[in-house]
Design a protein around this ligand. Structure first.
Ligand code: NDP
Length: 349
């Protein structure tokens, strides 16, 4: 079958692309420029030198936020499409415009635009999988309340007029984008089925080693990168004793493929949490497993690791586990693999 993958150049999307090609799908990726598509093909050829050609083409969608952003591409390629994976959405915080322009519009309008275009111009699409987020679910006021259980049914309470900082704006953008999905399904009754995938903070290696060379990685993957260089910026200092819910990027890619393939997931939200980690755990794992980094990077306070992990929220994702059958890679493995990749390409660390 043929899959349209939006935001194909992203950290998570590249792993989805890798999984889809390995499973024999024909992939059409949307990227923001011709160069981005060419770079992906070049990197694939470098990673898989035995493969002569990849069943992969690109289309340009410069900005998913503008009205009818996907119409041109879907009018052109729509009749070929069997599946759509919509991952494109902003997850970066260096913006200088408003929260509305930088986060809310691309997340919400981008989602509305793809659904509308697929309904209109891609009559053979059976399934649309949309990348939502734990951010759509997390109620920050209840983080420390152990009796509050995070499940596939939860939604964060943040409304647009309560947004005060970039993280809240992101959480609101992801909630409203996912609400847009379920409202569309209810009101428009499209012929395709829909599943949403909700990852927590995604960690693990970049698909391409060359991407791990970048000084700053994608927000979630950057944690291991920063700690490996022990640039404990004030921002990171404040995270030192916090715990995070995480999942390996390769598993998140796998959940997207399962969502695409398994009809049991139709109409479901897949809250895909592998476990709890924290900066101290990352420091412990790097110090214990990489002699070349030991002595150069921070040690922190390893006696606190378990206590920090114990502060994590309570969650119950039994619905997702039963529907997907996935067994998650441990976060220890994920952190070690990410650190090994960065040390390989940045030996100067
Ligand atoms: P990346 O920033 O690596 O990927 C985002 C992708 O979306 C990039 O290809 C980016 O293109 C594209 N994009 C962003 N804004 C626009 C726009 N206005 N128009 C066109 N394309 C756009 O982040 P991730 O891989 O982490 O994120 C992918 C998805 O996963 C997002 O939906 C995100 O919300 C979600 N997610 C991520 C989590 C994480 O921890 N990483 C956790 C939970 C959910 P370009 O790079 O060219 O700007």
């Amino acid at each position: 079958g043929t899959v349209l993958l939006t935001g194909a150049s992203g950290y998570i999307a590249l792993h989805i692309l890798d999984h889809a090609l390995k499973r024999g799908y024909s992939v059409i990726g949307t990227v923001r420029s011709t160069e981005k598509g060419e770079q992906i093909l070049k990197n694939l050829h470098e990673k898989y030198p035995e493969t002569k050609s990849f069943d992969l083409t690109f289309e340009i969608v410069e900005d998913i936020a503008v009205e009818n952003a996907f119409d041109g591409v879907i009018k052109k390629r729509g009749p070929q499409l069997d599946y759509v994976l919509h991952t494109a959405s902003p997850f970066s915080f260096g913006f200088t415009t408003t929260y509305e322009e930088a986060l809310l519009k691309p997340a919400i309008n981008g989602t509305a635009n793809i659904l509308k275009a697929v309904k209109e111009y891609a009559p053979n699409v059976k399934k649309v999988v949309i990348t939502s987020s734990l951010a759509a679910v997390l109620d920050m006021d209840k983080l420390e309340d152990k009796s509050h259980v995070l499940t596939e049914k939860c939604w964060n309470p943040i409304e647009v007029d309560q947004i005060k900082d970039p993280m809240n704006a992101y959480r609101c953008s992801k909630k409203l984008a996912e609400k847009t999905v379920w409202k569309f399904v209810e009101e428009e009754k499209p012929s395709f089925k829909v599943t949403t995938v909700l990852p927590p903070l995604v960690i693990g290696p970049q698909l391409f080693d060359s991407d791990a060379k970048k000084p700053v990685l994608n927000v979630s993957a950057n944690k291991v990168n920063v700690l490996l260089q022990s640039k404990y910026t004030p921002e990171y200092e404040s995270y030192k004793t916090m715990s995070f819910l995480g999942t390996d990027v390769r598993d998140i890619a796998e959940v997207h493929m399962i969502a695409l393939e398994k009809p049991e997931t139709d109409g479901q939200r897949l809250l895909s949490i592998a476990g709890i980690y924290g900066d101290q755990l990352i420091l412990d794992l790097i110090n214990d497993n990489f002699p070349q980094a030991k002595g150069k990077i921070a040690v922190g306070d390893p006696s606190q690791t378990q206590a920090i992990l114990n502060t994590g929220p309570t969650y119950d994702i039994s619905v997702t586990l039963a529907l997907t059958g996935i067994k998650f890679i441990t976060l220890e493995q994920s952190i070690i693999d990410a650190a090994a990749q960065i040390l390989k390409v940045k030996p100067e660390i």
